[in-house]
Design a binder for this molecule. Sequence first.
Ligand code: NOJ
Length: 502
Amino acid sequence: MQWWREAVVYQVYVRSFTDSDGDGVGDLEGIRSRLGYLELLGVDALWLTSFYTSPMADHGYDVADPRDVDPVFGDLAVFDALVSDAHDHGLKIVVDLVPNHTSVEHEWFRAARASAPGSPERERYHFRPGRGRDGAAPPNDWRSVFGGPAWTRVPGDPEWYLHLFSPDQPDLNWTNPEVWADLEKTVRFWLDRSVDGFRVDVAHGMSKPDGLPDAAGAPVDPRFDHEGVHDVHRMVRAVVDHFPQCLLVGQVCVRDDAAFARYVRADELHVGLTYRLLECPFDADAVRDAIEDSFDAVAGTPSPPSWVLADHDTPRPVTRYGGVARARAMAMVTLALPGTVFLYNGEELGLPDVELPDDALQDPRWLQSGRTDRGRDGCRVPLPWEGSGPGFGFTAGRPWLPIPDEWADRLVADQLEDTASTLSVYRRALELRRCHPGFTGRDLEWFGAPEGCLAFRRAGSTLVCALNTGDEPVPLPPGDVLLSSSPLSGGLLPPDTAVWLA
Ligand code: NOJ
């Protein structure tokens, strides 16, 4: 069986996991020192967020060299050691591919900037003359995902260049064969270093419609999900298929089920990250709809459904749902489901988002939105491992974002010792998911449940999962309790709690 079909993939936000050299920024050596913890936690694979050479305008998602490690994170020798040690711990390694854009510091973009309009150097990106008098207006009306126009004109340059994200992330031109060849080279490079998979950033991006038409009045958003993107996935998949145990997973932000399903056809991505559960509120009906929706999105495809409650781009579940009890309950719902589960580092500690002061904010969204969108730093604060502040075992120096003093009560070291901690619930849940015979069956059967509750089991299995999002305790469904997200008493399932029964 393909290892990822029931796997739990743990997302390591490399910058925030563990710093080995005291510069306040997490690194690959730091991850290496925590492999014992990750094995104990019981996940199957690590997805390492982008650690390639980068000026860090978008913390690594502005890649200057996709085939090298940024010095702040380590070097290729450390990467090789990490892969080898991870494999010894039974952990697979998934790395990012960032094919939609590069950094402005990429040698191609520097060459483009130094070259004249119409030159082959500029053909690797989207350079266009502006509109209006003196070309002073952008070539079309596209907006950047981070706020503001999706075009930037460098003073003195007759042309504008396209960037769907920050101005430091120029979009590549996917009609240019050199761009294709380079991605293939990158994929082969990391496969040769024994990675077990790739996560494709903005997997619905890359291809753009001819003529770059305005968005206003267009029937669909012309920036994303253009038909040509599927050829890119086919190309990568063809390379990856020489390594049958290599996972290709993509960040597919499209709402429509039929559109989503096209990304996970037999010759494209193995798995598409779906955000339906992540986007839904703590409400049993909404959760059930999101789960059913996620199944619908992969119906008729070879892909398993995927489940994501948290990542480095979204406020953490504890903050979204309003409390750690709810976040734990949702984690247990997620871990009961068939398919590939993605956990985000710190989720297992019950970390909330942090309200950071203005002067600590680093996400490009903050400045690019004219200081209206505080960005994603709140969910990227480094992990508290042990000891006291400011470093909490994350770093011997000063963490790149401040770790709040209150996190002294969420330390990994303490939670490992406490059987009632969030970490202990995750460990037990992961162990059961791995070892208990009830976690079989690819479909779900829903039971009737009181208002505000849901209950399901995996078809053909005896494992039942029930969730109470209401205000009142309800009777537990029949069965022996395997695990509950919060303590139970009197045969009742309290509010904000999930339970597994067999
Ligand atoms: C999606 C990544 O998850 C996000 O962190 C990044 O800012 C954008 N893609 C641009 O690469």
